[in-house]
Design a binder for this molecule. Structure first.
Ligand code: PMV
Length: 312
């Protein structure tokens, strides 16, 4: 039997900008997916989805991508599925909402399980590369920030480069956040393509915004490192404004960001691909976290209370 874990994630700073080489910061959630593999007579692979029924809703619509990702990961790992059938057992509590890194968490969990099953002895870098094959099926040409944080956990500073660069950031104490789902699925590939087009069309304007995003993320790194949550919150608000300027926010996300701020969050922004998907709100103490999460719940948005920069 093989077993592997992948973390759910939230992007704290610079989604989209990160695709073009500007640093981004993401954090692993204290939510994860677990894959177990069992070899049995037969060929190919089958899935035992052992997650809570509410986490499986709508999964059949994603089946083609899911199947493509499994095939890509098994293929890249050199697994021969004609010798045995692989039963994949899936457990975990990552919400399948665009923005929380479900596909990356799954891809990493499966890559780790397969490596364990076949004694492949892979480094984290190799696990990341395998998981990236799965992510490509879901997202086209991802920056890699999602599978990286799903692999190594913690809070990660990431630069897409050749080779990619990353650094784990140490927070003085773990940070409480709320991630809330708008109910509108985000099409990351479409949002990324839109930014790419506009970046060429409005070069001067976009160059300036990208420069601001670059300066901002450096400030955010320092603020996170010193536990200056007020400052982190302000920078999240500014980051949301930049994301609005590159047109990846939308009415529902702006409304949710406003709701979080009026409920007392120190900062709030969209997180992930945008045009739907999720927002993240900074709520350092437990009472505030509960207050903001309840406001989201009351308004009909699914809220996830999470702690980042702790043991994950
Ligand atoms: O939609 P998500 O949660 O997979 O996040 C996408 C983040 C982007 O920066 C928009 C794309 C990428 O590959 O980094």
């Amino acid at each position: 039997m093989g077993r592997g874990v992948g973390f759910g994630k939230v992007i704290l700073f610079n989604e989209h900008f990160v695709v073009h080489g500007v640093p981004g910061i993401a954090a692993a959630l204290d939510k994860r997916l677990v894959c177990e593999t069992v070899l049995e007579p037969g060929q190919g692979w089958v899935l035992d989805d052992l997650r809570d029924p509410e986490l499986k809703q709508g999964f059949e619509r994603e089946w083609d991508k899911f199947k493509g990702a499994v095939d890509a990961i098994l293929g890249a790992a050199g697994v021969d599925t004609s010798a045995n059938r692989i039963r994949i057992r899936l457990r975990g509590d990552v919400l399948p909402a665009s923005g929380m890194g479900w596909s990356a968490a799954f891809s990493v969990a499966l890559a780790r399980a397969v490596a364990d099953e076949f004694g492949l002895n892979l480094t984290d870098e190799q696990i990341f590369q395998l998981a990236l094959e799965g992510e490509r099926v879901y997202h086209g040409l991802p920056s890699g920030i999602d599978p990286l944080v799903a692999t190594v956990g913690g809070v990660v500073w990431f630069v897409k480069d050749k080779p990619n660069r990353f650094e784990k950031l140490k927070l003085p104490i773990p940070m409480r956040i709320v991630v809330a789902y708008s109910g509108v699925p985000s099409d990351t590939a479409k949002a990324v393509a839109g930014v790419r087009e506009r970046k060429e069309q409005f070069k001067q304007k976009y160059d300036q915004i990208f420069e601001e995003a670059n300066a901002l993320v450096n400030e955010a790194k320092a603020a996170l490192g010193s536990g200056n949550w007020e400052r982190v919150g302000e920078l999240m608000n500014r980051n949301h404004r930049l994301l609005q300027e590159i047109e990846v926010s939308c009415e529902v996300l702006d409304r949710m960001v406003g709701l979080a701020r009026s409920a007392g969050a120190l900062g709030a922004k969209l997180t992930g691909g945008g045009l739907g998907g999720c927002v993240v709100a900074l709520t350092p103490d437990e009472e505030l976290q509960e207050q903001v999460a309840q406001k989201f719940d009351e308004a009909g948005y699914r809220a996830v209370r999470a702690l980042v920069g702790g043991s994950t």
